[in-house]
Design a protein around this ligand. Structure first.
Ligand code: KIV
Ligand code: ZN
Length: 517
């Protein structure tokens, strides 16, 4: 029987530490739900002591998500552990993940503690967490750069204190694959009670080696890997879940290990995370990039047409890259609509279903046939909607090669319609200036990106606008979808402003710094 490798997903914690990324509670829960569909074993939902927003996200995820262990991160301070327990206690299967750095560089410059003090803090934290629950993970931050004998002493002591998983991160992405393999092997050889815990690894990608190092660790005996969807995370990110899982799957003959991941959910999960974080996927990214299965050269195309295996080591369907099928059109009724959404995995409450159906009907007047991607886009936009202080009522644009771009826009606010007009360097600039005149909000557009959701001239356009509130310097991500890209642009900007008003960024704010890692 193949040995199992446990997949610990930290998209919602380490992934959310990516610069410029902030997810609100609903978005985090939506991602957590998708992670359970994907079949991850453990979801690290956040760092509860860091901010009230983080706490709320972990608490709601723990209560709502079934089928995976929900972990909360905590430093070794009692207050952190108490807060982590408070956040995960309602989970079907809760875990507390406590950590402290063990490298001399961190001890000397960051913690200003001696090795003995760190060892005592680690043991005390694990014992304290064990008073609440039996599933306790300990991480030795910057493990790879720690003194090996000392690290082994810490690992032995925390296992003795009750830790059931011990994680050894390469926090700064410094290791090379052979070194990391030998490092893990060395721990198995030197820690006498290592068989009483699951050994886990957590690799950062500063040298582009996070996935390779994780796989090398699995070969050396690690049985849990910590990773994120699309490899997002601090600096250059974490090990990409989809790459580790597919390497184990496609090269099973080499690794001989299995995971519980439902690979056909990979693509959808990747898309959802990219959309909600606003972090685009590079086209040549392995597994989930737009070009990952595209064959450009004539020789390759010819080979694939004759026999796929000539140039394709995986079938794209295996990771859920469907052929964008037409699912519904103008004449589809409510019944067919509900059934189709259910087949795509959406169970909506009555009120949500009404809203999404209304939106669908408006869209089919403008676009004859809607694909699964189109449907997902409107469902996700509607169910993740923040309370709308401002809502788009109408938009009129005058633009072209010989006219000054001008936008006239009407927004609804508290049942009243407010109108403004503005000129700009281009039509989007004109729209945003007109909106600024209405809201009077001091904010700055930080980035703007547009994607066509499907092929074809009538594709829906999806705009992601990152907008900084000038008063708090916090960046909020707004999204808008429409067959008209100028309307999508307006919707994205209004969505970002509604988020600013709602303070809807998961608690990330330079004014309220998170507890540092
Ligand atoms: O990179 C790291 O060391 C971490 C720990 C908190 C697990 O993220
Ligand atoms: Zn990390």
């Amino acid at each position: 029987m193949d040995e199992r490798v446990y997949i610990f997903d930290t998209t919602l914690r380490d992934g959310e530490q990516s610069p410029g990324v902030s997810l609100n509670v609903n978005e985090k829960v939506e991602i957590a739900r998708q992670l359970t569909r994907l079949g991850v074993d453990i979801i690290e939902a956040g760092f509860p002591v860091a901010s009230p927003g983080d706490f709320a996200a972990v608490k709601v995820t723990a209560a709502e998500v079934k089928g995976a262990t929900v972990a909360a991160l905590a430093r070794t301070e009692k207050e952190d552990i108490d807060r982590a327990w408070e956040a995960v206690r309602d989970a079907e299967s809760p875990r507390i993940h406590t950590f402290i750095a063990t490298s001399d560089i961190h001890l000397r410059h960051k913690l200003r503690l001696s090795r003995e003090e760190v060892l005592e803090a680690a043991v005390a934290a694990v014992k304290h967490a064990c008073r609440y629950l039996s599933d306790v993970e300990f991480s030795a931050e910057d493990a790879f750069r720690s003194d090996h004998d000392y690290l082994c002493r810490v690992i032995e002591a925390v296992i003795e204190a009750g830790a059931t998983t011990v994680n050894i991160p390469d926090t700064v992405g410094y290791a090379t694959p052979q070194e990391f393999h030998d490092f893990v092997k060395g721990i198995f050889q030197q820690v006498p009670n290592i068989d009483r815990a699951v050994l886990s690894v957590h690799c950062h990608n500063d040298l582009g080696l996070a996935v390779t190092n994780s796989l090398a660790a699995i070969q050396a005996g690690a049985r849990q890997v910590e990773c994120t969807i699309n490899g997002i995370g601090e600096r250059a990110g974490n090990a990409a879940l989809e790459e580790i899982v597919m390497a184990l799957y496609a090269r099973h003959s080499f690794y001989g290990k299995k995971t519980a991941i439902r690979t056909e959910e990979i693509y959808r999960t990747s898309k959802l995370v990219s959309k909600l974080t606003g972090m685009k996927i590079q086209p040549n990214k392995a597994i989930v990039g737009q070009n990952a299965f595209a064959h450009e050269s004539g020789i390759h195309q010819d080979g694939v047409l004759k026999e796929r295996l000539t140039y394709e080591i995986m079938n794209p369907a295996l990771i859920g890259r469907s052929l964008n099928t037409i699912v519904l059109g103008k004449h589809s009724g409510r019944h067919a609509f509900r059934d189709t959404l259910a087949s795509l995995g959406y169970e909506l409450a009555k009120e949500e279903m009404n809203r999404v159906f209304q939106r669908f009907k408006i869209l089919t007047d403008r676009k004859q046939e809607l694909t699964d991607k189109d449907l997902r886009a409107i469902v996700e936009e509607e169910i993740l909607r923040v309370p709308e202080v401002y809502r788009l009522a109408y938009l009129h644009i005058s633009s072209g090669t010989t006219v000054v771009p001008t936008a006239t826009i009407g927004l609804e606010k508290e049942g009243r319609q407010v109108e403004e007009a503005a000129c700009g360097d281009g039509p989007v600039d004109a729209i945003y200036r007109a909106i600024d005149k209405i809201t009077g909000f001091p904010c700055t557009l930080v980035s703007y990106a547009i994607d066509a959701l499907t092929a074809g001239k009538d594709a829906l356009g999806e705009v992601t606008a990152k907008v900084r509130s000038n008063s708090t310097a916090t960046v909020y991500t707004g999204r808008g979808v429409s067959p008209d890209i100028l309307e999508a642009s307006a919707r994205a900007y209004i969505n970002a402003i509604n988020r600013i008003i709602h303070g809807d960024n998961g608690g990330k704010s330079p004014d309220r710094p998170r507890a540092s890692l």
